[in-house]
Ligand binder design. Structure first.
Ligand code: PEP
Ligand code: MG
Length: 580
């Protein structure tokens, strides 16, 4: 329960802020500077892109005219002065009005101008953000409403964390929601037009378990919602676990490590019983850096803190899984399809200087710690071999310079279909593999993991997914190479028996998920899990697989999977949001 606060913007997110009269002049000047920056960028683009097609040239000229001659800028300044609001808010309200007006006209050509207004506004917004912190000042107990929420916004908010998050867009495995779960923030996504349905300050109840958002709830609803947390939250979730060895009933040993993305996320590492960090999403350690890659020394200090928190167990540091957009202020790259673009290991190999500084930072922080390097989005052996060469070269250079460095093992994320097909060759080139099921589902089924409108096609139990998992685990077993499951699937009790049945011996998940997974693992036998997996192999589709799992759980392990858990799982059969 909390007070609503709307968060606007896409790339750069902001709230409405009232400013005091004496600060109005400074806000106006901030706005004027950002308009000047936007104008300068447009002029530069026009001058530098001589071979630009005439149409593109025309568009840039229209944008320039909007800045120089249309009443838009004056209107925004007027709004800042009259309403005493921050520039971001004034700009978005004024452009919103302009776009609405434009959309209402009959002429199709003129209607298209709405997109240009949006473009210009986004350019000025970006300029407003340069070099400043996000203008996010949250009161305690705020419920954030946003069209979408960026992981970097959540990082910014982690000091003053919201009490809940409600968004229009996002999926179960979107990074922002993975982080929200880690931060124990209830979140509901996929609510259409949510920003227009609530006012700042409105009392709001969010029931993350059932995916409900109630604005101005009645007294009765308040009572019901307030009780949910205590009845649904697993009481084991906060127990301190001392032994990290987990065994099935028939004594098969299972290793559980933690997924981490910040120094805070490893605070409870030891008490959770995790055997170190199985996936460190290193890019989020530096998410605030906005377009810049943290320098080597800053990286070393962050890695060393996490390595120390995990000691004597190890840390698998995944190299930056960024896309070109994250570096855009430097490179100017804009991709229309970033998931298929210059992302993860591709980006690292394309920007070798950045990659080498990360490698050096990892090697140096590994000198007295147990560290491994994990390469994201590997498609075959090429990226591994090229990375290995760079790692070896940096190792030799560090030694030459007399700097202490470690000798970390190298692993690959298996998260794109080609990596599954090439698994035998990949295993010849690595010390371990990690199955990234979030991306594996996305790429195998060609379904955007961040897009709630295709959530029904994001089918974790699709036969193509389960078969791929079986193939990878079997190949790794044959070669005696460790294989860990580290996508969100690993942290869901619903999938744990199936994964164990397919041969999984290692899992990596958010610290919060460990107690429930542990209970499930300790309550089943490998033998029974194996026969469940064999049965699932006969399913023709995800729905059938899910039903088979439910029947099996009801029959064999009703004490591990209470009715309401399975009912919820059935209801949201494809979105799977309630299963985790
Ligand atoms: C995955 O893809 O499953 C994974 C663990 O990596 P990320 O969620 O960071 O893409
Ligand atoms: Mg991934």
């Amino acid at each position: 329960m909390g007070a609503a606060i709307r968060l606007f913007g896409d790339k750069r997110q902001y709230v409405r802020k009232t400013i005091s009269q004496p600060d109005v002049a400074a806000e106006l000047s901030r706005f004027t500077t950002s308009v000047a920056t936007a104008r300068y960028q447009l002029l530069k683009l026009l001058r530098s892109q001589k071979e630009l097609p005439a149409s593109a040239h025309g568009i840039l000229e229209v944008h320039l005219l909007m800045i120089e001659q249309s009443p838009l800028i004056k209107d925004v300044e007027g709004t800042i002065e009259d309403e005493r609001v921050n520039a971001e808010w004034a700009l978005s309200t004024v452009t919103g009005r302009y776009i609405e007006r434009q959309n209402a006209v009959q002429d199709e050509n003129l209607r298209e101008r709405a997109g240009d207004i949006d473009d210009v506004s986004e350019r000025i917004l970006n300029a407003l953000g340069e070099g400043s912190e996000l203008p996010l000042e949250l009161l305690d107990g705020s419920v954030i409403f946003a069209s979408t929420i960026r992981p970097s916004t959540l990082v910014e908010l982690s000091r003053r964390r919201p009490i809940a998050i409600v968004t229009e867009h996002g999926g179960w495995t979107s990074h922002a929601f993975i982080m929200a779960r880690e931060m124990r923030i209830p979140a509901v996504t996929g609510i259409k037009d949510v920003l227009h349905q609530v006012d700042d300050g409105a009392e709001t109840a969010v029931d993350g378990y059932n995916g409900q958002v109630i604005i101005r709830p009645s007294g009765e609803t308040v009572k019901r919602v307030s009780g949910i947390g205590s009845s649904v939250v697993n009481p084991e979730a906060r127990t301190i676990v001392t032994s990290s060895v987990i065994r099935t009933l028939d004594r098969r040993e299972i290793i559980i490590r933690a997924n981490a993305d910040s120094e805070q996320s490893v605070e409870c590492l030891h008490s959770s019983g995790a055997l170190g960090v199985g996936l460190l999403r290193s890019e989020y350690l530096f998410a605030h850096a906005n377009g810049t890659i943290a320098p080597e020394e800053e990286q070393i200090s962050a890695y060393e803190k996490i390595i120390a928190a995990a000691a004597p167990n190890g840390v698998r540091i995944r190299t930056f899984d960024l896309n070109a957009e994250h570096l855009s202020p430097k490179t100017g790259d804009q991709e229309s399809n970033p998931s298929l673009g210059l992302r993860a290991i591709r980006l690292s190999l394309a920007y070798e200087t950045h990659f080498r500084s990360q490698i050096r930072a990892i090697l140096r922080s590994a000198h007295n710690g147990n560290v491994e390097i994990l390469l994201p989005m590997v498609c075959g052996v090429d990226e591994i071999q090229r990375s290995r060469e760079l790692i070896d070269r940096e190792k030799a250079a560090l030694r030459r310079d007399g700097l202490p460095c470690g000798d970390p093992g190298i692993g690959a994320m298996i998260e794109v279909p080609s990596a599954v097909v090439m698994i035998d060759e990949i295993l010849q080139n690595v010390d371990f593999v990690c199955l990234g099921t979030n991306d594996l589902v996305q790429y195998l089924l060609a379904v955007d993991r961040d897009n709630e409108s295709v959530a029904e096609f994001y089918q974790t139990l699709h036969p193509a997914v389960t078969r791929s998992i079986r193939i990878v685990l079997a190949a790794a077993e044959r070669e005696n190479i460790p294989a860990a499951i580290c996508g969100e699937m690993a942290g869901s009790p619903f999938y744990a028996p199936l994964l164990i049945g397919y041969g999984a011996r290692e899992f990596s998940m958010s610290v919060d998920s460990i107690p429930r997974i542990r209970t499930v693992i300790e309550g089943i036998s490998f033998d029974e899990a194996r026969s469940l997996a064999r049965e699932i192999d006969t399913a023709a589709n995800a729905k059938e697989a899910e039903n088979l799992i439910r029947v099996c759980y009801n029959h064999k392990w009703p004490h591990l999977f209470p009715d309401d858990f399975l009912d919820l799982a059935a209801e949201k059969s494809f979105q799977l949001s309630s299963k985790n």
